[in-house]
Design a protein around this ligand. Sequence first.
Ligand code: BT5
Length: 324
Amino acid sequence: MQSTRNKLIDILSNNSDTYISGQAISEQLQISRSAIWKHMKELEKDGYVIEGKSKRGYRILEYPNKLSGNTIKWGLETEWLGKEIIYKDTLKSTQILAHELAQGHAQHGTVVVAGEQTQGRGRMDHTWESSKEKGIWMSFILRPEIAPNQAPQLTLLAATVLAEVLRRDVGVVPMIKWPNDLLINRKKCAGILTEMQAEQDQIWYVVLGMGINVNHTLDDFPKDLHSRATSLKLETDKTWEIRDLIQKILVTFERTYNTYLDNGFSVIKERWEKDGFRIGEQIKIKTLRDKWEAPFLGIAEDGALQTKTPNGEETKLYSAEIDW
Ligand code: BT5
């Protein structure tokens, strides 16, 4: 259940350009005018700047800097992604909470964001360093009507979204390393983790996690990542507003996801290959059983890595580590 305070913020956010009268709020929330006034005073204590004008009503002028479900929603121009945002200062992993919520009744497009993760995870049993308020640690709950074997395409889709935001809004040159790494100047700046629950021919839900290093200095990374990891701050010498970047990612993701559902994977494949790292070049491939070098021929229509076997025959790989 949404609290009255959150409903009040929703109403004010939806009317951010205009004043909304005390009467209208009172009718929508079924509370008295004096109760509204008390809530407004509490919001001001939280850092909201609210203007109240007699005869016109109320409007929010400024949101607190602090990250929260409400501040992320403020001015968020999406239709379905992030209509429900769950923000926690600390979580083991946004993936874990998102799975729990998805197994309940969480709606398609629910977003889980954490200030820090104490057990952030990558693929297999890799860990993901997620230091406090330095980056974007978030997971989306999606209920896509696609076949389970198409789910890996969502990882590649998410990578194109991050690449677009990094290029357009941050001004860096991103490269996507198959399947789920975003690199800037050959160092990893973001990773994507797609997990799903499905039956043979039907997806129940997908939890798509993104970790993006935003305001880290080198000291914020453990030593073993110093030569391999980077952040937007390290690359641009600027501190970035996390809330603003989250909004940009949500808007771009929603648009790209809608395009994908309407038109299929080929548009995404094209975008991916534009930013794909080392396409056409020789790469080192490691699977569970083998290690070899072969050319990276591109990605297949289903998102698989197209390359050659150690014997030189063309093949598709669905799971592998690549290096150069
Ligand atoms: C990934 O795995 O790159 C997927 C990362 C997904 C993280 C998000 S954060 C929100 C959501 N909640 C979670 O718990 N996870 C998701 P993988 O390709 O397996 O890469 C992991 C490897 O990257 C590690 O083994 C390290 O070598 C390296 N690494 C760990 N933390 C890093 C960081 N912050 N920046 C760059 N590299 C990192």
